[in-house]
Ligand binder design. Structure first.
Ligand code: AGP
Length: 612
C-alpha cells in the first residue's frame, strides 16, 4: 500500500530515490517524503501530495548525500498530510523510519512510551515504531541494530521498513514481516525497495527479503540477520525486468498500454509451455502436482478484486473440463470464517501482485489446515508465489495501472491451461480435443488484437455515457464474471457507481433500477445462454433501459435490439471472457479520461493491497 526506496553508495542519493519513488507511486500517492544524509548532516523533506511535488521541494535545496530513503504513502493511520508523511523521526532524532504495513499494537506501545515522557507529533503507527527503537536504544545503551531487533520483537502486525540511525551513518537497515521488501545489490552501492521496479535500472541482482529478515546494509556489504531466530544466508537472484517494461512507451496511461499489451501478454503466458506440434502443455511450476490436482476432491479458489473475478471464470472452466467441484471465495472472507478444509482439498490463490494481504493470509491458513496450496501470480519473487506449494506465473509483465487488465486475461488463460491439462490427464479430454484446445489457445492473441479495434467505438460510447451516475452490467454463465469485472473497472477509475449481475437475477431486484437514464451493458457473445440473454435484453428494453451489448462479430439478433454494439471475434466458450472483457476495459478507460480522473492512480486506491 506504500512505496519505499532506499540508497546507500557513492553516488548522489537524492535523485535516485526520488525517481525510484515515482516508479512506486502506483502503490500509494497521497503524501511523500525523503531523508538524505551526507554522513554528518541529515535533512528530511516531506509533503502532502505526489512525488513530483516532493521533487519540486527538494530541487530548491542544494543539499544532497550518498545515503537516502524515501516513501510514497497510502494512508492507513492518520490523514494524508505533511506531519503524517514518512519518514517519521523519533522524538530525539536518533532514528528515521519509512514503513509499509500496520503496527497492530501501536496504541498500547504509544501509551507506554508517553508514560515514559516520550513525545509524539504525528498520528502514525510508524512514529511509534521509531520512538520505540530510540527508547530501547537510549535506555539500554544498545547498538542501533540491537534496538531495532528488540523493537521489532515487541510489535505485532506487518512491516516492510527502512531505518537510518544518525549515530551510525554508514548503514541502512531493512526488515520485513508481511510487507514486501527487495534489496538491490550493486557495485559499491546497494538499494532497498518495495519491489524491483525502482532497482532494475541500476542492477538486476536482487534479494527478496523473507518474513523475519533484518538486512544491515552498507554501500559495499549486505548482511542478513533474523529478527527472531537464526542467521540466514542471502539468496541473490537475477531479476529479468527491463526498464522499458515499466515505462508508458508512448501511451498516455499505463492502463491503456496494458490493455493493448494483452495480445503479447497472453502469448507470453503460453510461450514455452506448448509442446512441439501443439502436442501438449508443459506447466513446469505444476509438473509435480498435476496428479494431485486431478485427484482432488475440491478446489477452493481464494482471491480479491479482479483476481476473484478470474477465479469465478476458473470455476466454470475447471468444472467443465475437469469435473472437480470448485468454490470461489473472497480471500478476506475465507481467512476469517474458520473454513472447513479437508485433506483432499486444494486451495488455489490468484493474485497479480502476489502481495495482497488477505490472499496471503488465506493461503497461510489453508497450509496450516493441511491443504495443498497452489498459486497463480504475475510477480516473480512475490510473497504468495514463494509461500505456495507450487504454482504458475502469468508472465504478463509488470502491471502498473491500478486497474487490473492484462492480469485478468492472463489469469483466465492460465486457468484454462491448467484445466486442459488436468482434464486430459483424467481422460476427460481425448487427444484430438486436447490438441484442438491448444490450437485455439495459440490463436487467441490475434483475436484479442481484433477485439482491440473496438477502441474507437468505446471512445464514442464514452462520450455518450461519461456523465452517467449509475450503470448495470449483465452476463450469464462464464460471462457473468466478465460483467462484474466490467463494472469494477468502471467504478474504480471513473467513480461511477456500477454493478455486475447475473442477467437472470435482474428480475429479482435490479430491474427496479432500469429507466431511460440507466446504461445497461450486456455481455452477450454467442454462448449457450445466448437465447436467454435475448429475453433479458427485451426485459430491459421494455423499461426504456439503454443497452450497450458486447456481441460476437456478425451477430444478427442482439445487435438489432441493442442501442449500441461492440463486437469481438468468435471463439470457443472458454476464451469468450478474454475477448468480451476488452471492450469493457476500453469503455471504462475512455469514460474515466473524459471525466478527468487519474486513470493510473485512482483516488483512495493502491495497486497492491498489502494491508488488510
Ligand atoms: C482491480 O482492478 C483492482 N486493482 C483490485 O481489485 C485488485 O484486483 C485486487 O486488489 C487484487 O490484487 P492482486 O491480484 O494483486 O491480489
Amino acid at each position: 500500500m506504500c512505496g519505499i526506496v532506499g540508497y546507500i553508495g557513492s553516488r548522489p542519493a537524492r535523485d535516485i530515490v526520488i525517481n525510484g519513488l515515482k516508479r512506486l507511486e502506483y502503490r500509494g500517492y497521497d503524501s511523500a517524503g525523503i531523508a538524505i544524509s551526507d554522513g554528518q548532516r541529515t535533512e528530511i523533506f516531506k509533503c502532502a501530495g505526489r512525488v513530483r511535488e516532493l521533487e519540486e521541494m527538494v530541487m530548491t535545496k542544494e543539499f544532497d548525500g550518498s545515503i537516502a530513503m524515501g516513501h510514497t504513502r497510502w494512508a492507513t493511520h492518520g490523514e494524508p498530510n505533511e506531519i503524517n508523511a514518512h519518514p517519521q523521526v523519533s522524538c530525539r532524532g536518533h532514528f528515521i523510519v519509512v514503513h509499509n504495513g500496520i503496527i497492530e499494537n501501536y496504541s498500547r506501545i504509544k501509551k507506554h512510551l508517553e508514560s515514559r515522557d516520550v513525545k509524539f507529533t504525528s498520528q502514525t503507527d510508524t512514529e511509534v515504531l521509531a520512538n520505540l527503537m530510540e527508547h530501547l536504544y537510549l535506555e539500554g545503551d544498545l547498538s542501533a541494530e540491537q534496538a531495532i531487533i528488540m523493537a521489532l520483537n515487541k510489535v505485532e502486525g506487518t512491516y516492510g521498513i527502512a531505518v537510518y540511525c544518525r549515530d551510525e551513518p554508514g548503514k541502512l537497515f531493512a526488515a520485513r514481516l508481511g510487507s514486501p521488501l527487495v534489496i538491490g545489490v550493486g557495485e559499491n552501492e546497494n538499494f532497498i525497495a518495495s519491489d524491483a521496479t525502482p532497482i532494475v535500472e541500476h542492477t538486476q541482482r536482487v534479494i527478496y527479503l523473507n518474513d523475519d529478515d533484518l538486512a544491515v546494509i552498507r554501500k559495499d556489504e549486505m548482511v542478513l540477520k533474523a529478527i527472531r531466530n537464526k542467521r540466514v544466508e542471502p539468496e541473490v537472484k537475477e531479476v529479468d525486468l527491463k526498464l522499458g517494461e515499466i515505462d508508458k512507451e508512448g501511451f498516455p496511461h499505463f492502463m491503456l498500454k496494458e490493455i493493448f499489451e494483452q495480445p503479447r501478454a497472453i502469448h507470453d503466458t503460453f510461450r514455452g509451455r506448448i509442446l512441439p506440434n501443439q502436442s501438449g502443455l508443459m506447466l513446469g511450476g505444476l509438473h509435480n502436482v498435476f496428479d494431485t490436482i486431478a485427484s482432488a476432491d475440491r478446489i477452493m479458489i481464494v482471491a480479491c478484486g479482479t483476481s476473484w473475478h478470474a477465479g469465478l471464470v476458473g470455476e466454470y472452466i475447471i468444472e467443465e473440463y475437469c469435473r472437480i467441484p470448485v468454490e470461489v471465495e473472497y480471500a478476506s472472507e475465507f481467512r476469517y470464517r474458520d473454513p472447513v478444509i479437508k485433506k483432499g482439498d486444494i486451495v488455489l490463490a490468484i493474485s497479480q501482485s502476489g502481495e495482497t494481504a488477505d490472499t496471503l493470509a488465506a493461503i497461510r491458513l489453508a497450509k496450516e489446515r493441511g491443504a495443498m496450496v497452489l498459486g497463480i501470480c504475475n510477480v516473480v519473487g512475490s510473497s504468495i508465489s514463494r509461500e505456495t506449494n507450487a504454482g504458475v506465473f502469468t508472465h504478463a509483465g509488470p502491471e502498473i495501472g491500478v486497474a487490473s487488465t492484462k492480469a485478468f486475461t492472463t489469469q483466465v488463460v492460465t486457468l484454462a491451461m491448467i484445466a486442459f491439462e488436468v482434464g486430459y490427464r483424467k481422460g476427460l479430454l481425448d487427444e484430438v480435443r486436447y490438441r484442438d484446445l491448444i490450437h485455439q489457445l495459440t490463436s487467441l492473441p490475434e483475436k484479442v488484437e481484433v477485439a482491440l479495434r473496438m477502441n474507437e467505438k468505446a471512445l464514442d460510447l464514452a462520450k455518450i455515457y461519461k456523465d452517467s451516475t449509475n450503470a448495470l452490467y449483465l452476463g450469464r454463465g462464464l460471462l457473468y464474471p466478465v460483467a462484474m469485472e466490467g463494472a469494477l473497472k468502471l467504478k474504480e477509475i471513473s467513480y461511477i457507481h456500477a454493478e455486475g449481475y447475473p442477467a437472470a437475477e435482474m428480475k429479482h431486484g435490479p430491474i427496479a433500477l432500469i429507466d431511460e437514464h440507466m446504461p445497461v451493458v450486456v455481455v452477450a457473445t454467442k454462448e449457450n445462454s445466448y437465447d436467454k440473454i435475448v429475453s433479458n435484453i427485451q426485459e430491459v428494453k421494455a423499461r426504456k433501459g439503454q443497452i450497450i451489448a458486447v456481441v460476437t462479430e456478425g451477430d444478427q439478433v442482439i445487435s438489432r435490439m441493442a442501442d449500441h454494439v461492440m463486437e469481438v471475434p468468435e471463439s470457443i466458450s472458454v476464451f469468450a471472457p478474454v475477448l468480451a472483457v476488452v471492450p469493457l476495459q476500453l469503455l471504462s478507460y475512455h469514460i474515466a479520461v473524459l471525466r478527468g480522473c487519474d486513470v493510473d492512480q485512482p483516488r483512495n486506491l493502491a495497486k497492491s493491497v498489502t494491508v488488510e
